[in-house]
Design a protein around this ligand. Structure first.
Ligand SMILES: O=C([O-])CC(=O)C(=O)O
Ligand SMILES: [Mg+2]
Length: 387
């Protein structure tokens, strides 16, 4: 058994939306394929992956460094003999040969994207859905029913409160019970008006989360906290710079409700610093580490170990990114749920065809690997890269 090729193509996932920090007019993603010489159901096993929105495609790093480290490693060193499949942990170590610690930035996206494809291939070779393989290997019961929430509420040229309300209404119509909108890209007064408009629209049918995308300094984060705490929000997300743990810790004094952060922390060491210094509260706050941006699932397993050491349940994790990889982690490892972008980043985000949101949850279909084969628009572009 061996990996015979690793391919990457950088694809646009552009849209005119804007959060408090960036617009998405030039956003891209790396689509990767890890081609094996294993055949299952009459077809060569190919593992696929892509990185989530917010960071750009990583074609340079993947093609110049990480691809060759996989292809040049002795094939037998990348195999898990006892399970008769690939060994993602050893492949991860091969990719990270001659990489110094620290400085987790674009590298973690490149490695994460490849790691996802490797887990997809590993589970396909084992002939199981990834969430079942993960549950088995960690000795827990898989739970195919996963909480999902609808993320959107972006700033958009010409978008007024009625368009924002209509957007949120459409998420409720599609079965969601929690919706999310952006803040911090307008004045506090304007954001307050937008929030009140959405709350009036969703009433008691759903809860609202708000996301500042790391925009605020301490003073602004506190001013928003004082405004936001009047409302029964699902969470207040990424108020300040993701690496400003002191800001996050100080905010707890002004915001008793749930807060969320972590989508821009890309390693278990960064996650550990957040838990050490960020004042996050394990009884109510949420952690949003996204495996596709942060060295993949091999690293996510280490992050979950860190959580355990600090007294956090995996159920406090609702990853950023809206992709099927995190759905599998949620179903297999007992996370609290996953993000979803009902109208954005297609064909990469979302669920396999036929999966519907009901009362804020989806049920994972029993598809081998991550389940990309069940999403027809996505598997089409994946098979164009390698089949
Ligand atoms: O707008 C973005 O960059 C995405 C984001 O923060 C989220 O989904 O939480
Ligand atoms: Mg966010």
């Amino acid at each position: 058994m061996r990996i015979v090729d690793v391919r990457e193509v950088t694809k646009p996932i552009a849209s005119p939306i804007r959060n408090a920090y960036i617009d998405f007019t030039k956003m891209t993603t790396s689509l990767v394929a890890v081609v094996t010489d294993v055949v299952r159901d009459g077809r060569r096993v190919v593992g696929y992956g892509f990185n989530s929105n917010g960071r750009y495609g990583q074609g340079g790093l993947i093609r110049e460094r990480f691809r060759d480290r996989i292809l040049e490693a002795p094939p037998e060193s990348l195999v898990d003999e006892s399970n008769g499949t690939l060994d993602p942990h050893r492949i991860w170590a091969a990719m990270m040969t001659n990489e110094k610690p620290g400085g987790h930035g674009e590298r973690s996206v490149a490695v994460g994207t490849l790691d996802i494809a490797i887990w997809d291939a590993t589970a396909k070779i084992a002939g199981k859905p990834l969430f079942r393989l993960l549950a088995e290997r960690t000795g827990r019961a898989a739970d195919p029913k996963v909480f999902v929430y609808a993320a959107g509420g972006y700033y958009y040229p010409g978008k007024d409160d009625s368009a924002l309300r209509a957007e949120m209404r459409s998420y409720l119509d599609r079965g969601y019970t929690v919706v999310k909108m952006k803040i911090g890209g307008a004045s506090l007064a304007e954001d307050q008006r937008r929030i009140e408009a959405v709350l009036a629209e969703i009433g008691v049918q759903a809860r609202l989360a708000v996301d500042a995308n790391g925009r605020f300094d301490l003073e602004t984060a506190i001013a928003y906290a004082k405004m936001l705490r009047q409302y029964p929000l699902f969470w207040y997300e990424e108020a300040g710079d993701p690496l400003d743990y002191a800001l996050q810790a100080a905010l707890a004094e002004f915001y008793p409700g749930p807060m969320a952060t972590g989508e821009n922390l890309f390693s278990h060491q960064d996650a550990r610093n957040l838990l050490r210094y960020g004042g996050m509260r394990p009884d109510r706050d949420w952690l949003q580490f996204d495996c596709a941006l942060s060295y993949g699932l091999v690293e996510y397993l280490r992050t979950l170990e860190v959580l355990e050491r600090f007294g956090w349940s995996p159920a406090r994790c609702i990853p950023h990114g809206g992709h099927q990889m995190s759905l599998n982690i949620a179903a297999g490892l007992g996370l609290g749920g996953n993000e979803s972008y009902p109208d954005l980043f297609q064909p990469y985000g979302g669920f396999p065809d036929g999966v519907r949101v009901e009362d804020g949850h989806i049920v994972m279909p029993e598809l081998p690997g991550i389940g990309f084969e069940g999403k027809s628009d996505l598997i089409r572009v994946m098979r164009d890269l390698a089949a």
